[in-house]
Design a protein around this ligand. Structure first.
Ligand SMILES: [Zn+2]
Length: 232
């Protein structure tokens, strides 16, 4: 678990101004990172639930109940199969709306067509309740995440940035030493590289990027060393 805290000093007292917390789970054959993001109010969201099998669903809900988190939304950065497999489970379990990027409806609709061939016959298409616009914000508790449009891996892909704690939940745009694939429908290599350079790399170097697969990284590290998009 990571806790991101900012401390604010005000003459005679110092107090925690803000606390964003996050837990990640690696689910399924895709090794997809699912995140529970919450703050000091106890409210939170589930981002990109990849849970499909019962033990995965239990692992997620156990963490949420152990930490007494009130889930208010299930959210997708984009709607490839590995990021949406658990949408219905989270929506039903916590009776919360599903929020997806406004440019990802077609991507989501196609999942039910190919899910059986990928080995996920139990996949259930989930009704969308909220279309997330960019630019815009995503809110829960005291938290306001900035919505950043970063197409290329998929056409409507969004990242969610928290300025106070310098954290970005970046989905499948940028990985440690790699980038999202662009060979799926709606993907485009040049568009992805432009998203990384113009959007992700415009964030401060110290920003921690929590990706949809693999370990976290920072904007500065990928600017220096990423073989696909380093700025030399
Ligand atoms: Zn993807």
């Amino acid at each position: 678990m990571w806790i991101f805290a900012n401390y604010y000093t005000n003459l005679h007292q110092s107090f925690i101004r803000y606390m964003l917390k996050s837990e990640s789970f690696v689910f399924g054959s895709f090794q997809e990172n699912t995140y529970v993001i919450y703050d000091e109010t106890g409210e939170g969201i589930v981002l990109d639930p990849g849970c499909y099998e019962l033990p995965e669903q239990h692992a997620l809900s156990q963490f949420i109940s152990d930490n007494k988190i009130k889930i208010t939304q299930v959210v997708n950065t984009h709607c490839h199969i590995d990021h949406v497999l658990g949408n219905q489970y989270v929506k039903d379990k916590y009776q919360v709306p599903l929020a997806i990027p406004e440019g990802e409806m077609e991507v989501l609709a196609s999942v039910k067509v190919y899910a059986p061939n990928y080995g996920f016959p139990k996949y259930q298409e989930t009704d969308v309740d909220i279309f997330i616009k960019s630019p815009g914000t995503l809110k829960f508790g005291n938290t306001v995440l900035k919505v950043l449009l970063m197409p290329g891996h998929s056409p409507g892909h969004l990242a969610f940035y928290h300025d106070d704690s310098k954290v970005c939940f970046g989905g499948d745009v940028l990985f440690q030493n790699s980038i999202g694939r662009t060979d799926l429908p709606g993907g485009d290599y040049q568009t992805l590289i432009r998203s990384i350079h113009e959007k992700m790399f415009s964030l401060p170097d110290e920003v921690i990027v929590y990706s949809g697969h693999g370990p976290s990284t920072t904007v500065g590290q990928e600017k220096r060393t990423n073989p696909f998009c380093a700025i030399v």
